[in-house]
Design a protein around this ligand. Structure first.
Ligand SMILES: [Zn+2]
Length: 369
């Protein structure tokens, strides 16, 4: 049996487009993506954007009002809030895709959110910079959608696919990068434990030095089709704004994967980290402490070792001949027109990335991987 939805019931607030005359509320893409994910149940048990009381519990107790563990606020900040009790269409770029039953209009403290969620007020942190740029009033309430914002599969769809493939145990694999050899290693480690791996890269609003979604998808698709056994891996995207909140984001990502049907969740080094803001193993620690109904597969940082002549991890090799495998290094080599060594990334995947690289100038200013 694939995992039951978080909170016990898969939310499916998807309806036919209503033909009512309602006011419109234009929201940004990141919030439209959150609304969509609420509607299709990726954020179950959430049925809408959080109100002030859920927000406070999430910030101070890491749980929802109903006591379920939850670490990331899902709120909808707006410049010109509608009235409480009003029903409004949610618009993205002028096109309506859903509606909101406005429950509460409330003020919140941006600094408090930055401090509690990201554990820093540094403007260098992309999450902090994002929060601080928002209005300080939010609206809560149930969300319904009648048009999709992304092309992501829904949790109901992946659950059906897992069932058809006969997978009982499914490991969710989170990433925001195309696969290098360390990623391949981690995916294969996970495959030893479960019937199938759900490769589920986050491709929403990334930092401007991340690879574009198409590059990530094409590279993974090539890897899955050519190097993994048939019917043991499923690739699909998760289009949501990346939350670089380290351990707290890792908890959120694990909950989402449980909603998609995963029984296991792979957690490598520095999941959802950025710069040096978080303990690289803080995510593994926090996930082991919280009961999310998902089994954690913790993996150490993987290297290429010249003595072992293969990919190893810091848990399985302590030679000094370890070559670090990082996207930062791969990007740097690509930007200089050099071939990254085949020990750290497959040449075919490097050449896929090279194509996208040329179109993405901002990659040249990359700082980390
Ligand atoms: Zn070694």
């Amino acid at each position: 049996m694939v995992a039951s939805p978080y909170g016990g019931r898969l939310i499916q607030n998807v309806i036919e487009e209503p033909h009512e005359d309602l006011p419109m509320l234009e929201i940004g893409r990141r919030y439209a993506l959150d609304a969509e994910k609420i509607g299709i149940g990726a954020y179950s048990p959430l049925e809408g954007f959080m109100g002030s009381s859920d927000l406070e519990n999430v910030l101070y107790k890491n749980e929802l009002n109903n006591g379920l563990p939850w670490t990331i606020p899902i709120i909808l900040p707006v410049m010109a809030p509608p009235e409480e009790g009003e029903r409004v269409y949610l618009n993205l770029n002028g096109n309506r895709f859903g509606f909101l039953e406005v429950e509460e209009v409330f003020r919140f403290n941006k600094k408090e959110i930055a401090e509690k969620v990201y554990s820093t007020l540094s403007p260098e942190h992309p999450g902090v910079a994002q929060v601080m740029s928002e209005p300080e009033t939010a609206v809560s309430g149930k969300v319904w959608i009648f048009r999709r914002v992304s092309r992501d599969k829904t949790p109901a769809e992946t659950r059906e696919i897992f069932k058809k493939l006969g997978w009982r145990d499914v490991a969710g694999y989170q990433t925001r990068n195309p696969p290098h050899r360390a990623h391949e290693y981690v995916i294969r480690v996970a495959m030893e434990f479960v019937d199938g791996v759900f490769i589920h890269p986050v491709v929403g609003e990334l930092k401007n030095d991340d690879f574009p979604p198409e590059a990530i998808v094409e590279a993974y698709d090539y890897f899955v089709k050519n190097y993994l056994p048939k019917n043991r891996a499923l690739l699909d995207t998760l289009t949501i704004p990346m939350r670089y909140a380290g351990p707290k984001a890792a908890v959120f990502y694990a909950i989402i994967r449980r909603n998609y049907g995963c029984t296991h969740f792979v957690v490598g080094r520095d999941m959802a980290g950025v710069g040096n803001f978080y303990d690289p193993y803080g995510a593994q620690k926090m996930l082991r402490e919280m009961d999310l109904g998902v089994e954690i597969i913790p993996v150490g940082e993987a290297f290429y070792c010249d003595i072992c002549e293969g990919i190893v991890s810091e848990r399985s090799c302590d030679h000094n001949a370890r070559k670090k495998i990082s996207m930062t290094l791969i990007r740097k080599l690509l930007s200089q027109g050099e071939e990254p060594p085949r020990e750290i990334i497959r040449p075919q995947i490097a050449s896929i990335l090279k194509r996208y690289y040329k179109n993405t100038e901002s990659l040249a200013s990359s700082r980390r991987g």
